[in-house]
Design a binder for this molecule. Sequence first.
Ligand code: SAM
Length: 286
Amino acid sequence: MQAEQKATLPGALYVVATPLGNLGDITARAREVLARAQVVAAEDTRHSQRLLDALGIRARMMALHEHNEQQAAGALMEHLRAGAAVALITDAGTPAISDPGARAVARVQAAGFAVVPVPGSCAAVAALSVSGLVGARFDFVGFLPPRAQARRAAIAALREREPVQVLYEAPHRIVECVADLRDVLGGAREIVFARELTKLHEEIARMPLREAPAWLAADANRQRGEYVLLLAGAPARAMDDIGAREAALLRALAEHLPPKTAAAIVAEHTGLPKKRLYECLLAQKG
Ligand code: SAM
């Protein structure tokens, strides 16, 4: 029965999302693809074997992780050449998102084989959906550099970004990472902790960065577990509503004239409200 089913799945690389923790989050389609694929390429075969066992799926597995991705991609293409359906999974969530898979996908595509997404859980998206941070845009930052100096530089590069910033962090670095975020971005910036999503100790907490170290320290469990960190974006720049050319002119005039005069000239030539232009200059000075 299973061999018959396997033959009906078209040959392709299926990039399959798996649950972050709660097994109930496996999709019906993911289950079907995993059951029918001739080969399942997994980041950690022992870890994924437990998932397949829980789903009652028997599959031929191969390892594809960050240290063997090129070589494994070659083996994977041999299966595709033979017409097989190959499923790619990682330990949790969506492959190629801060996880192995992107290089294999690129190679498979370059060789002309079909790559099919089988979407599902992704920690970043799950965290964003419950963050309560309002804003249409977000930047997926993923993991910051592990070393302090490089991490601080990476955080400084995010400081002026207006979209919500979405970060992944390993449990053993959460305390130092949050301290750096507070120091570099300032205590007023809002952070959302999305911890252990879909698991027993799931926790979503939002606060200004100045309160974040104390929140982590208040419960030893908070220094363990998986985290997505979300940061409110930088406040919109004061002149965003008046147009880039008008703002440039206003700034240029204000270098040589008193703010009131600069605002009056730009107002006269653009029709923009003088009061708003004057406020922009004051906000910029502030
Ligand atoms: N590919 C995965 C995805 O789609 O989200 C991410 C893999 S990345 C190697 C692992 C990181 O994802 C963790 O360090 C953590 O930041 C985040 N993560 C994974 N599972 C999580 C969970 N249940 N709750 C919160 N964050 C999680």
